[in-house]
Design a protein around this ligand. Structure first.
Ligand SMILES: [Zn+2]
Length: 468
């Protein structure tokens, strides 16, 4: 009787482990976040992209992701991994000045390694590691900086010459080594660089987009080869889109105000102006109504929906160019055919977003989301407690498999999965565990078991904790 009871109990516990999502072993909470810099959401319509298509078919796609203002690389990459708008995480631009620190930050000069720039936010890898897990980062902006006294468990120091293939290989190694990571972040510089140089409307961009699809294909292949394709939740996205510029749409500030009256902190299309001592009014008045293709904001008048006001690194005057316009001091500066940074509600500024994996629905398309919501979604997938953030898990919960209503995606034998199976599994698992423990405890209290099998207790205890 005792033996049979114990065997039945073990079987029920095993069933509960298999069928209860809350009890999933750690390897089921794996995530790889990939950013192809400047991959605009509608690039997918330009050329055949079989690898993006495969991900969308097997996973989820969000058509319009409203990223954070300003739509530049560093602010948006930090938003993705903190769930904070730029004013809250402090990386307000690619070029910044902090009046308290009296320091400048410039992506181009690579003086970005002082932790004080980054410490206003807590990146996902820090949260993940504080929860006892391991992370790996391949060139993600900020991932080679010591933030909150912590680096990712594994990371590559930024070096643009490291190939995409080598970055992928590192991540695969980290995911499959003896003490594997559960979180990986991967950054690639294209198609942003080509978008700036050629302009997004150029037919030459088609080849660049096809090449990125090929790189995604390489990543998928390597995940399959390593046997982790179906276990890793893969999110493929970007920081921003790209707008077509023209030499016919240039605003020259020197025509309106002397450059001796201010310091030019951040570049077009959202120019940050720091007026010289006592020159604020003069500079503002000279620029305010100077050109209808730009909007000049006093810091305190920046629209609330930009979430771009409450930080000392945001300069007293911000000039925002209208879509497709370039602001320069004069035409001696460098001109690009493509740029980003504009109003984050413009579709041209929106990034691609596709994702696939065990936690995500299959073949599901969502109209829109905010990029700040990605962070709580990733924390949920990783099963780590999120740091305070501006996102809302509820806004993107429908991307998760666990939320799929039975009617929205009826289970088909071909796909080999049921959308409500996890819920039923949870209930069944919980009922079996409770039932087994009830009988078990009853037997123990009746003293029908001479000694308590410690091994079984060890199996049962973590389950109970997980269930809570
Ligand atoms: Zn760029």
């Amino acid at each position: 009787m005792t033996d049979r009871l114990i065997k039945a109990g073990c079987f029920l516990v095993v069933v509960a482990v298999i069928t209860t999502p809350g009890c999933s072993p750690e390897e089921l909470h794996r995530l790889l976040l990939v950013s192809f810099d400047g991959f605009r959401w509608d690039y997918l319509k330009r050329v055949p992209t079989p690898n993006f298509d495969a991900l969308m078919e097997e996973g989820v796609r969000v058509q319009q992701v409203e990223n954070t203002y300003i739509t530049k690389t560093f602010p948006n990459h930090y938003t993705m991994v903190t769930g904070l708008h730029a004013e809250s995480h402090g990386i307000v631009a690619n070029e910044m000045y902090d009046p308290d620190l009296n320091l400048t930050f410039s992506m181009d000069r690579m003086d970005t390694y002082d932790p004080r720039w980054w410490d206003e936010g807590v990146p996902l890898w820090v949260t993940n590691q504080r929860a006892g897990h391991r992370s790996g980062a391949a060139m993600w902006p900020g991932s080679d900086v010591e933030i909150h006294q912590m680096y990712p468990t594994h990371y590559l120091p930024y070096n643009a010459s490291v190939s995409f293939q080598d970055r992928v290989q590192k991540l695969i190694d980290w995911f499959t080594q003896e003490r594997p990571i559960n979180l990986g972040v991967l950054y690639w510089e294209e198609p942003d660089e080509s978008g700036h140089r050629l302009g997004p409307d150029s037919p030459l961009m088609n080849e660049v987009i096809a090449d990125i699809d090929g790189k995604l294909g390489f990543l998928l292949e390597q995940l399959k080869k390593a046997g982790i394709y179906d276990e890793v939740n893969l999110v493929v996205t970007s920081d921003h889109g790209m707008a077509q510029l023209s030499t016919d749409r240039i605003i020259e500030l020197d025509k309106y105000v002397s450059s001796n009256l201010y310091t030019w902190i951040d570049k077009s299309p959202v120019v940050a102006i720091l007026p010289k001592e006592g020159k604020y009014d003069e500079v503002y008045k000279a620029l305010a109504n100077a050109n209808s293709s730009m909007t000049v904001y006093k810091k305190e008048d920046i629209p609330d929906h930009y979430h771009y006001k409450h930080n000392d690194r945001i300069m007293p005057i911000i000039i925002e160019a209208k879509e497709g316009w370039t602001i320069m001091q004069n035409k001696n500066g460098t001109f690009m055919l493509g740029n980003h940074g504009y109003d984050n509600t413009l579709p041209s500024m929106h990034p691609v977003f596709v994702a696939r994996g065990p936690a995500l629905r299959r073949g599901y398309s969502k109209a829109s989301m905010h990029s700040v919501d990605l962070y709580p979604l990733m924390c949920h997938i990783l099963a780590v407690p999120p740091a305070p953030n501006n996102g809302t898990l509820g806004s993107v919960r429908d991307l998760l498999k666990e939320s799929a209503p039975p009617t929205a995606a009826p289970p088909t034998p071909a796909r080999g999965e049921s959308t409500y199976a996890p819920v039923l599994g949870s209930l069944l698992g919980a009922a079996l565990v409770v039932g087994f423990l009830f009988v078990f405890v009853k037997q123990v209290t009746r003293k029908q078991l001479p000694s308590l099998p410690i091994g079984n207790l060890e199996i049962a205890q973590p389950l109970l904790q997980e269930e809570l």
